[in-house]
Design a binder for this molecule. Structure first.
Ligand SMILES: [Zn+2]
Length: 86
């Protein structure tokens, strides 16, 4: 077992040989069993989060594209196209 405090590998020990950290709490958490249904639910949540992350990046990209288009259009309108056409 790896100590969560100092990352020392302690084999089957429940107390860290280096820093004396009690690791039985961590061991109990790992033993805690989850049903496959719960696991599937958690997985779908993670997938859903990733989808939203991707969608948000795509959305920001679209907004930036539209904004830059309008800014260029505004500059062209205000300057009568002299910036781009010379
Ligand atoms: Zn330790």
């Amino acid at each position: 077992m790896i100590c969560p405090r100092c990352k020392t590998e302690n084999g089957n020990r429940t107390v860290c040989s280096k820093c004396g950290y009690y690791m039985y709490r961590v061991a109990n958490q790992n033993i805690e069993k989850r049903t496959s249904a719960q696991r599937a639910l958690d997985d779908s949540k993670i997938v859903g989060k990733n989808v939203w992350k991707v969608l948000r990046v795509v959305w920001i990209g679209i907004v930036m594209l539209v904004l830059s288009f309008w800014i260029i259009a505004l500059i062209v309108y205000l300057t009568g196209g002299s910036v781009i056409l010379g």
